[in-house]
Design a protein around this ligand. Structure first.
Ligand code: HEC
Ligand code: HEC
Length: 424
């Protein structure tokens, strides 16, 4: 399924919204009936804009899973045996209480202890990126993974560091292969391990994963179930089964669910004044939907927003070159995958480096990034990085200045994207 909306269509909808928005600020429209009918028009305009931008019902995006595989996947997801040193599980960074991320700007990987912010007091290795949540990952058409899109399904198949040997045609399964072999994430960054990686690259990752698969196969609780649900002898269980089970778990547990916005668009459900105003801004003058579009509120493309950078950065010394790390194409410097927006209320802090802590600030970063930083306290390097990123962001179709009230309305609108009945 393909969701991209033609730019022309969004422009037409934006024009429609603009005309409706002006007509309802008409000072003559004072009588209660006139106000009610203009609200009705605005609601209809918002519904149409949402549909033109690919809004879909959760039920139409869900890819079915097999309950027995989901349950094995859950056990693996929660098991510290997933890491080479046996001390860190997927769950340590993807926590229900932080909306399947960890509440920290940068993740604390191997060596860390405790949950969420407690991990900061431990000895864990800092991972230079903000943990991504899982909502809708594995849904129909969700084809691009990680902040830099280093796993991506294109017209010719999966593009990833596995090259032509991608372990699956399902991008979520390919993505589930990566964390267990990422340095600092689940593998200790010691000179010995680093040398082994550098020397042998993928084949060494294969060795680690074979070791992990055998560990799960001989685990009393997990082994027999894993073998049974995949119809294999325990000794024949490979990492592809482990990754498949993990992806079944993620695909099921974090599947799309109805939201207040879905109810509003498809069932004429309720909406508050602030949410309505925010929705009109989102698809209209705020230009949000030129990137946050489609059923997951992302175009699955790469853009530049000059968020402040925090932490060490993927490229070191406080710099993260984003998509460039995956493509080595200089035009991709400082671009990041447009983040999906479901449950965004629950996944603070925001941006690839977790540098801003509230949704208001995250929105402000799009049109007034300098308001969020104190350039006087920056090092020369930080300042020059910021100016380069302001340059790349200036080539994007970003919103022009919004008032604090409008930012508040956008936040109210985003709150409509929270799933009903998601794990917490
Ligand atoms: C040390 C913390 C940590 C652990 C442990 C961890 N992750 Fe993550 N996860 C992250 C971070 C940070 C990102 C974002 C990284 C990036 O995009 O560069 C992420 C991103 C992901 C994504 C991509 C989501 C998206 O929106 O594209 C998937 C899938 C994922 N993790 C699965 C797993 C699985 C499966 C495990 C266990 C095998 C795991 N993670 C263990 C920190 C962690
Ligand atoms: C030009 C494309 C583009 C436009 C237009 C745009 N965004 Fe974004 N947005 C992004 C990208 C890219 C990021 C992540 C950047 C990063 O992490 O460095 C982002 C980040 C965010 C985040 C933080 C999400 C998270 O999980 O960290 C929120 C919230 C957000 N945008 C909302 C909005 C709203 C509301 C608007 C309209 C006022 C808007 N965006 C307009 C591309 C865009």
């Amino acid at each position: 399924m393909k969701f991209s909306t033609s730019h022309f269509l969004s422009l037409a909808v934006a024009a429609l919204i603009a005309s409706v928005a002006t007509s309802c600020t008409d000072p003559d429209a004072k009588s209660p009936t006139a106000a009610a009918s203009s609200d009705k028009m605005r609601m209809e305009a918002l519904r149409r804009a949402a549909l033109a931008n690919g809004a879909a019902r959760a039920a139409d995006l869900i890819i079915p899973t097999q309950p027995a595989r989901v349950e094995v996947g859950r056990l693996i997801f929660e098991s510290p045996k997933m890491s080479l040193n046996g001390a860190i599980s997927c769950r340590d960074c993807h926590l229900d209480e932080f909306g399947s991320s960890d509440g920290l700007p940068n993740a604390v990987g191997v060596g860390g202890e405790g949950k969420g912010p407690e991990r900061l007091d431990s000895d864990g290795r800092i991972l230079p990126r903000n943990v991504l949540p899982f909502w809708g990952r594995g849904g129909r058409g969700f084809d691009t993974f990680f902040w830099d899109g280093r796993v991506r399904k294109g017209p010719d198949g999966i593009v990833s560091q596995f090259g032509v040997e991608a372990p699956s045609t399902d991008p979520l399964i390919v993505a589930a292969h990566l964390p267990s072999v990422e340095l600092r994430e689940m593998v200790e960054d010691t000179p010995r391990i680093r040398d082994a990686f550098v020397a042998e690259e993928v084949s060494d990752a294969n060795n680690i994963q074979q070791t992990l698969a055998q560990r799960f196969a001989s685990d009393e609780q997990i082994g027999p179930r894993l073998a049974q649900v995949y119809g294999k002898a325990k000794s024949a269980v490979a990492f592809s089964e482990v990754a498949d089970a993990l992806s079944q778990f993620i695909r099921h547990e974090f599947r799309m669910r109805p939201t207040t916005f879905e109810r509003f668009v498809f069932e004429e459900g309720p909406i508050t004044d602030a949410q309505l105003a925010g929705g009109i801004l989102f698809y209209g003058r705020g230009r949000c939907a030129s990137c946050h579009t489609g059923p997951y509120f992302t175009d699955f493309a790469f853009h530049s927003v000059a968020f402040p950078q925090a932490g060490f950065g993927k490229n070191g010394f406080g710099i993260d070159e984003g998509r460039y790390n995956a493509t080595l194409d200089p035009r991709d410097r400082f671009l990041f995958r447009t983040p999906p927006l479901h449950n965004v209320m629950r996944t603070a802090p925001y941006s690839h480096s977790g540098s801003v802590s509230t949704l208001d600030q995250a929105i402000i970063a799009h049109f007034d990034p300098l308001r969020l930083v104190d350039t006087r306290s920056m090092t020369v390097r930080e300042r020059s990085d910021l100016y380069v990123r302001l340059g790349t962001a200036s080539r994007e179709t970003l919103p022009s200045a919004l008032t604090d009230r409008e930012v508040g309305q956008l936040v109210a609108f985003l709150s409509m994207l929270e799933f009903e009945g998601a794990p917490q």
